[in-house]
Design a protein around this ligand. Structure first.
Ligand code: AMP
Length: 313
């Protein structure tokens, strides 16, 4: 039903502009670039653009387009993988004629003329792949690569519980196309020497609580010492989850403004309500928040401890 309406919208608009969230991950980019490929290949004579800031560490995914504000006149704007409007990268998403949301995060802010939210889907890329699969749409190997990378990214290479039978079926369908899944996996796990050194630091200095919470605060001074930026911390976020008895964890990254980006993860208790209480949100087991100062970081850590303490398997 949703994709039928989306197809109608696409037919009715000459220009389609696709946005996704700030600080993109492979699913944000994969769903965005994958959808752009699907529209280009299946709908004739459309101008399709992907916008947002390019991220060096995800350059293997593809490049964004640079477009003028005038392109938004009468355009269809589709936002993928983004729960709420403040998180949409490139604020011009309001300039189009029609707005559509496609996402798999909890629907904390419904927006758009139509929206499709499936919190059971492992990734937004999986939701879009299902459209291709069911409608037998044409896609190139590059589009299949984008969608596959999105699924691989958000499932932690098929590790997380969100990986369902359907996820595997759709990923398997994408593997019919000619791209190297191994190259994608390596691109995702390959880190710079500086990030590898930061991993060493994290493993050495991670703090553990008796409730099974692990946490670390990374200061600007430390990031500068390692020659890293906030974006580079993506490579170390999953590390604490590989350590015994750790059930949930937080990586708190000081920003140049003095505030802290909080990257929260869990293998058990839901932590997204904690993120929501601190200017953030996300999935039950993978969320992000913002803390104004170290005292707020400490409050978040104590909430993680409480969540871990009350969690029953
Ligand atoms: P991150 O730690 O940035 O990799 O984010 C983990 C998950 O939480 C992703 O699904 C993000 O989309 C979501 N998320 C991160 N930061 C925020 C935020 N400030 N508001 C809402 N959702 C967020």
């Amino acid at each position: 039903m949703f994709f039928k309406q989306l197809s109608t919208y696409i037919h009715e608009h000459d220009t389609i502009i696709i946005h996704r969230h700030t600080n993109p991950d492979p699913d944000a980019l994969g769903s965005q670039l994958g959808l752009a490929g699907i529209i280009t290949e299946n709908f004739k004579d459309k101008h399709v653009y992907c916008v947002g800031r390019d991220i060096d560490s995800l350059a293997f995914m593809g490049q964004m387009d640079q477009i003028d504000d005038s392109c938004y006149k009468n355009a269809l704007v589709i936002v993928t993988d983004t729960a709420n409007t403040p998180r949409i990268d490139d604020k011009r998403f309001t300039l189009g004629k029609t707005l559509v949301k496609i996402d798999h995060h909890p629907d904390i802010e419904p927006y758009g003329d139509i929206s499709y939210v499936d919190t059971k889907a492992s990734s937004t890329s999986e939701m879009i792949t299902q459209w291709v699969y069911e409608e037998r749409l044409m896609i190139t190997s590059e589009t299949a690569r984008h969608l596959y990378a999105g699924i691989v990214g958000d499932t932690g290479r098929f590790l997380y519980e969100s990986t369902s039978r359907k996820t595997m079926q759709l990923a398997s369908f994408l593997r019919n196309y000619d791209f190297s899944a191994t190259d994608i996996q390596y691109a995702m796990i390959t880190q710079s020497i500086q990030t590898a050194k930061l991993s060493g630091y994290v493993l050495q200095h991670l703090k553990y609580t008796k409730q099974g919470v692990a946490y670390i605060v990374l200061s600007q001074k430390l990031l500068t010492k390692y020659g890293l930026s906030d974006e580079d911390t993506a490579g170390i976020v999953s590390l604490p989850g590989t350590i015994e008895n750790v059930c949930c964890w937080g990586i708190f990254v000081e920003q140049p403004s003095g505030k802290y980006r909080c990257r929260l993860r869990s293998k058990g208790p839901a932590i997204n309500s904690i993120a929501q209480e601190h200017d953030g949100g996300g999935h039950p087991l993978a969320s992000g928040a913002n803390a104004q100062h170290l005292d707020e970081v400490k409050i978040i850590i104590s909430k993680l401890k409480k969540a871990a303490e009350h969690y029953q398997k």
